[in-house]
Design a protein around this ligand. Sequence first.
Ligand code: NI
Length: 408
Amino acid sequence: MVSTFPSLNTIDLSRIRLTIRNLQPQLVEWRRRLHQKPELGFQEKLTSAFIAEKLQEWGIEHQTGIAQTGIVAIIKGKKTGSQKVLAIRADMDALPIQELNEVPYKSQHDGLMHACGHDGHTAIALGTAYYLQQHRHNFSGTVKVIFQPAEESPGGAKPMIAAGVLKNPDVDAIIGLHLWNNLPLGAIGVRPGALMAAVECFDCTIFGKGGHGAMPHQTVDSVVVAAQVVNALQTIVSRNVNPIDSAVVTVGELHAGTKRNVIPDTARMSATVRYFNPELTGFFQEKIQQVISGVCQSAGAKYDLKYWSLYPAVINDVGMAELVRSIAEEVVETPLGVVPECQTMGAEDMSFFLQEVPGCYFFLGSANPSKDLAYPHHHPRFDFDETALGMGVEMFVRCVEKYLGGAD
Ligand code: NI
């Protein structure tokens, strides 16, 4: 069944909303089609072929094969005035998760699932491109719609930027959204500054000296050293980071040993580090190395540490966030629906685009517990209220018409 907007009976069906309301069945159809054929990062062949087919059908200029499977569509406004270029970014990839939803549009690819809503992002971006192509007389300048591969892993934004998607014509600003089951349908999360965290990772192996569990004095116990390291790492956020700054150090993997009475030679751990403040770049790597080195030295153990940075923090431009916030108020029709307390320690490679040009990434509430559509992202039963698709298109279209208003 096709959803309708949440408050249809109370709203003024403005020009934009009325048109998008008519587009809703298509948005749902595209999203469900994409949902049935999920593809992992840089393998989005069916997905990008579907996007290209639609853009072709609508006569929208586009380039394919950017960073393997990425696509950029270009739509030029017919109004005179601003010659600015606004980019809209959507990610297209799925996850290696077996879908547990029993729905007619269930994933047909074994072991793969659109469990984060990127199928919805692609459908929203397609709907936006379609609408803008039909309404070029309502804006000036140029809109670039960027369909990006591999957000989940290993990151498609960076190679797309390297391939020049922000150039020729040069992009002045960028917007993007994430369907968000942490917010109810009808709410929009937007704020200036940090929205999502920087993510760094490390793998560490502790080298002790194995032996008999009953004779620890003959060994260097890698289990005890690893336990001390895990504990000591927890003091970095609590004792070394300014309490005003949020940060997380999570050791999510710890492996050692094969038998209760054998002290193992080695212990391995893997961890993730999150923070908002870009001034902390480099701090955790140095401090974590110091802690591990100190603990190992005191125990007579050795270690091997591999540390790397994945994505920087998603930092919204103040002006662009204000633009999106003001539009969000129009779309949800009440300032109460606009949620500034929406920061998360989750990460997103939209951050690379935001490092290049000012922009705003925002969360589009998509949970609807009354329809059992409230499972968290990356859960095998994740799904969202498709009413949000039309709201996403409305957000983007209104942003375009406000940013590239031009002259009448
Ligand atoms: Ni996602």
